[in-house]
Ligand binder design. Structure first.
Ligand SMILES: [Zn+2]
Length: 180
């Protein structure tokens, strides 16, 4: 967060105006943590889409791709992005919109985001099937030990986008991000 604020500040200083560069705005709002998975940011999850200046340049339009249409965290993410924009670019009119086309897919999660999820014991989503099919019986390797012998315990984890699995080798459950 601090790094992004510094980046935003130096970008605005170099531009000689009170409004930071678009890249600085993007990196600052990209650091907003996901409310349900605070170990990863909305940029790492691929929720943050395009960030553009609006016509005339006096505003900024931010596109968010909610992970699930009914995801209750979406409103929180939107409010956090609005708040961050207000901190770093108070002079810009902010337009934060939800975009469902193209839909968010788990392929949008960055390599860095996947690594952070795995390090936190949460299995990242599997690579999507090219045919667009979601195999519910696909093996999710254990994020702790890598065991392929895991089983699905519960399709409904603590949030809409998570499932609960059991690793017979670690003898404990773990969460996974649904592949969509
Ligand atoms: Zn294990």
């Amino acid at each position: 967060m601090i790094k992004a604020q510094q980046a935003a500040r130096s970008a605005s200083e170099s531009a000689g105006s009170s409004s930071p560069a678009l890249s600085a705005i993007r990196s600052a709002i990209g650091e907003v943590p996901d409310p349900e998975l605070p170990i990863v940011t909305i940029d790492e999850l691929g929720i943050l889409g395009r960030v553009r200046r609006t016509t005339g340049g006096d505003g900024v339009r931010v596109e968010l791709h909610p992970t699930f249409v009914a995801c209750p965290a979406t409103d929180m993410i939107r409010a956090s992005v609005q708040a961050r924009l207000g901190e770093i670019a108070p002079s810009l009119a902010a337009d934060v919109v939800l975009v469902f086309d193209p839909p968010w897919t788990s392929d949008r999660i960055s390599a860095g985001g996947r690594a952070k999820l795995a390090a936190a014991g949460i299995a990242p989503p599997l690579a999507a099937d090219p045919a667009g099919l979601i195999a519910l019986d696909a093996v999710v390797p254990c994020p702790m030990c890598g065991s392929p012998r895991t089983g699905l315990e519960n399709l409904f984890g603590p949030t809409l986008c998570r499932t609960i699995h059991w690793c017979p080798d670690c003898r404990q459950p773990f969460e996974a991000i649904k592949t969509v």
